[in-house]
Design a protein around this ligand. Structure first.
Ligand code: CU
Length: 293
């Protein structure tokens, strides 16, 4: 089945912030509450609500990337990534359709409650019953394969600094130049820190129709890693009417020190990119495309 309605988002929020989201079940008076934290395996509905500072379920949300709530489910070994858009009833109970394999899961809700200044990501644990078969972390890679598509990653995740990440999509060896807008962008990228699943806000640079964003083959994002270490990246993109997810494992590495007399940086762009990051990951890996179970 294809859960995936998935899509991505990311981006909602914040700008330049480097503190990961999603590490707390409660923030700013808002709390993510599951109907049940123990769930059977398989395709199912996860019911939850967000309670507000008054303790009641919140029913008013400001849409970000065209949705009032973005729900991400991932098993703690970073497999099974799903990004879906649940529906809410009039009492503030949300229902998300996901497919769960046994193990320890993390669910994220990316929201902007009405009356709160800005968005936030809340995270909560859930246990899925059954025999758990944890997978090793996929190797670092800058190439992912999803069906007939290949996605390559350029740029670096730099601790504490915003940097550009460019993802380039090709199909059968040919650049894809007719990506379809999906939730207001040509691609949505979610980054999770390996070890604690800290959730990074990643912002697409440019939007369809703004005169700068092209419908492929390259999609550029700005991201700042909160620390060194390994991250998992999940890119959702839409082509030929289907949303697909390309997955990467990337290590955040410090930028090379900038010489005092460095030539001026490119105008209008604070960051440096390119240059430092190893390109030696290319090649191995298999694309774990994920996409459906
Ligand atoms: Cu979303």
């Amino acid at each position: 089945m294809k859960n995936h309605s998935g899509h991505r988002m990311t981006g909602h929020a914040a700008h330049g912030e480097t503190r990961p989201g999603g590490l707390s079940v409660s923030e700013n008076g808002y709390t993510l509450e599951l109907d049940s934290a123990i769930l059977p395996a398989g395709a199912r509905t996860v019911a939850f609500r967000v309670t507000g500072p008054d303790g009641r379920p919140v029913t008013g949300f400001t849409p970000e990337h065209e949705k009032e709530l973005h729900f991400i489910a991932v098993r703690r070994d970073t497999t099974g990534f799903q990004h879906v858009h649940p529906v809410m009833d009039e009492k503030g109970t949300w229902s998300a359709e996901v497919t769960l394999e046994p193990g320890a899961w993390r669910f994220f809700a990316d929201i902007h409650p009405d009356g709160h200044d800005g968005s936030m990501t809340l995270g909560v644990d859930a246990s899925v019953a059954g025999r758990y078969d944890p997978r090793p972390l996929p190797e670092e890679t800058r190439t992912a394969h999803v069906g007939e598509y290949t996605v390559t990653l350029d740029g670096a995740l730099v601790p504490g600094e915003a940097g550009d990440l460019t993802l380039t999509v090709s199909r059968g060896g040919r650049p894809v130049t007719d990506l379809q807008p999906y939730l207001g962008a040509y691609g949505h990228l979610v980054a999770l820190r390996v070890g604690d699943l800290g959730y990074l806000h990643v912002h697409p640079e440019g939007a369809p129709g703004d005169g700068t964003a092209e419908p492929g083959p390259a999609i550029t994002f700005m991201a700042a890693a909160p620390s060194g270490g390994l991250y998992r990246l999940y890119l959702d993109f839409q082509h030929d009417g289907v949303v697909r997810t390309a997955e990467f494992t990337v290590r955040a590495t410090a930028a090379a020190p900038r010489p005092e007399t460095a030539p001026q940086a490119a105008p209008g762009h604070g960051a440096h990119h390119g240059g430092h990051h190893e390109a030696h990951h290319e090649g191995h890996h298999e694309g774990h495309a994920h996409a459906h179970h």
